[in-house]
Design a protein around this ligand. Structure first.
Ligand code: ZN
Length: 55
């Protein structure tokens, strides 16, 4: 089993992570995810290329 954070072999004490640091990192990631409340789309389709509308 490998650490999902850094891909190092997992440590038995912290599995599936390799260290407390990575376990904390993953926890922080989850916290951030839960803070990303739906209703506030992060990346809306803002890829409108600058088009010449004067044709
Ligand atoms: Zn790790």
């Amino acid at each position: 089993m490998k650490c999902p954070i850094c891909r190092q072999p997992a440590h038995p004490d912290f599995k599936p992570f390799c260290s407390k640091r990575c376990a904390d990192l993953d926890l922080g990631k989850w916290m951030n995810d839960s803070y990303a409340i739906p209703g506030e789309p992060a990346d809306v389709a803002e890829d409108n290329p600058p088009s010449e509308e004067d044709q």
